[in-house]
Design a protein around this ligand. Structure first.
Ligand SMILES: Cc1ncc(COP(=O)(O)O)c(C=O)c1O
Length: 504
């Protein structure tokens, strides 16, 4: 163990401090606190010098992996580089010092960002208007489904309680439908990995509220039958919901509105280069077509007849009677919106269409380069991401009687070994359609040299697996933590220092 891998509590020495506060009336003010509120014993804080604190936090930060430290090909997540100008814009004092309850007349600039971003996203997606209230993709899904339900309710069409979801869908789709009180009906994929139109037809009826789809789907494949699907779903009185988490390859090229979608969410924290991972903050704005605008959540930003922007539909005010309701406090994560707006304006109409094209090129380049060592279940062109189904030769060996004499390497082992090569692992075991799924999404922001280095590492790992799968099974060998029990780590994390840790 390196000296600075020790816990900061282990570095603690009685009486050592990293600061010195001059004694004055404030430092002595505990005397005026009621005795019942005072601690009986001093808190067990580590006593360390300033340099120990600096090294503690710097070392902790280096134990993590982020887009700023290396290539992060996490499928279905669009971990693209987050340009630093986004941060500069979001940190401008005029934006940072705002309060959501300020009178509209004093925040016209901020409200203009809502209006501008609304227009930009409407132009990119072919929708009429957006709400920025949802704070994540899944939150956008729930909001979109609430809008869908409200639309049917307003028309007295209350029988529509079912939502069709493809078997390849991201797990949040059926979960959001269930949270919204809708029943999920699964439509199967065909052998090409696309929604099976023949399986869809018999599901359609007057109890269908709509269908949720992502296009390209979670296999990275473009749903080429989308126009027929839209016609069928609209024909039975249902609406089409577009899960825009996979919008990156379509940016500036194809618009979900033109494919027939009525409602969609975008993940600003994926497609529009705002930071994500670690739970947020995110932003999942929801866009709707013209006939659903009145159902958008409140509050909303509207331009009044005096030319000024105003916030309408705040609790306690009248109007917006058709609205699906309020889905978050105020109007969403403004800082995330600022970053996304900066990104869109920086690229402009002219250049934004290259993002998706380069992302698609990068994904196809990796897919084709490694298909001799990783099984490719669906051949042909993909969009921004694709899925392998494990190793071609996983190193497993059987004797003449067919008994396993050596266990082969799994997708989990490949993912763990990649960490030793300095790359973040791809998404694994998703989508559920394949047993050993490895889902890779390189994004457009990586150079060919980075892609080549990744390909080389994946090839080296495949060779190791064939020769000696034990190397992979013990990986990662170079990470601060090797293989935690993932369930316990997620369900029963120990997040604070406990004395027993030292004695163990
Ligand atoms: C296809 C798809 N839909 C929805 C989501 C949910 O988005 P969020 O994580 O922002 O809730 C994701 C996230 O990974 C996704 O990949």
């Amino acid at each position: 163990m390196r000296y600075y891998d020790k816990l900061i509590f282990e570095l603690s020495r009685e009486g050592r401090t990293g600061y010195s506060l001059r004694r004055n009336e404030w430092t002595e003010s505990s005397a005026s606190l009621p005795a019942a509120l005072l601690r009986e014993e001093a808190p067990a804080l580590p006593q360390v010098s300033e340099v120990d604190v600096v090294r503690h936090y710097t070392n902790l930060s280096q134990m993590n992996f982020g887009v700023d430290t290396g290539f992060y090909p996490l499928g279905s997540c669009t971990m693209k580089y987050n340009p630093k100008i986004n941060e500069e814009i979001a940190a401008m004092p005029g934006f940072q010092g705002l309060h959501p309850l300020q009178p509209a007349a004093t925040v016209q600039g901020a409200l203009a960002v809502y209006e501008g971003l609304d227009k930009a996203l409407a132009a990119i997606t072919g929708m009429a208007r957006f709400t920025f209230a949802p704070c994540a993709g899944a939150h956008g899904e729930l909001t979109g489904l609430m809008i869908m339900r409200r639309y049917h309710q307003l028309r007295g069409d209350v029988k529509r309680t079912k939502v069709i979801v493809p078997d390849s869908a991201h797990g949040t789709n059926p979960a959001s439908a269930a949270v919204c009180g809708l029943e999920v009906v699964v439509v199967k994929s065909n052998a090409d990995g696309l929604v099976d139109v023949n399986d869809l037809r018999p599901l359609l009826g007057d109890d269908i509220a709509g269908i949720m789809m992502t296009n390209p789907n979670t296999l990275g494949l473009f749903e080429k039958d989308i126009l027929e699907i839209a016609q069928l779903v609209h024909g039975c009185g249902g609406l089409l919901y577009y899960d825009g988490a996979n919008m990156n390859p379509l940016l500036g090229v194809v618009r979900p509105g033109d494919m027939g979608f009525d409602i969609l969410h975008l993940n600003l924290h994926k497609t529009f280069s705002t930071p994500h991972g670690g739970g947020g903050p995110g932003s999942g704005p929801v866009g709707v077509c013209e006939r659903l605008v009145s159902c958008l959540p409140v509050p909303r930003v509207e331009r009044g007849s005096d030319g000024l922007l105003q916030v309408c539909g705040r609790p306690g005010t009248s109007g917006c009677a058709d609205s699906a309701g309020q889905v978050s406090g105020f109007m969403g994560n403004f800082g995330v919106m600022l970053r996304a707006y900066a990104y869109i304006l920086m690229l402009g109409r002219q250049h934004i269409r290259f993002a998706g094209k380069y992302a698609t090129l990068a994904a196809n380049y990796i897919k084709e380069s490694l298909k001799d060592c990783y099984k490719l279940p669906i051949a042909g062109l993909c969009k921004h991401e694709f899925v392998y189904d494990g190793l071609v030769d996983d190193g497993s060996r059987k004797d003449a009687d067919g008994h396993v004499v050596r266990e082969g390497a799994t997708t989990l082992d490949v993912a763990k070994r990649l960490l030793d090569f300095g790359f973040h692992a791809p998404t694994i075991y998703f989508p559920l359609l394949f047993h050993q799924a490895i889902m890779i999404e390189p994004t457009e922001t990586e150079s060919k040299e980075t892609l080549d280095a990744f390909i080389e590492a994946m090839r080296a790992i495949a060779a190791e697996a064939a020769e000696d799968p034990a190397i992979l099974k013990g990986a990662p060998h170079a990470a601060p933590i090797s293989r935690p029990d993932e369930t316990t780590a997620a369900r029963r994390p120990i997040l604070k220092y406990q004395d027993e840790c030292l004695s163990q």
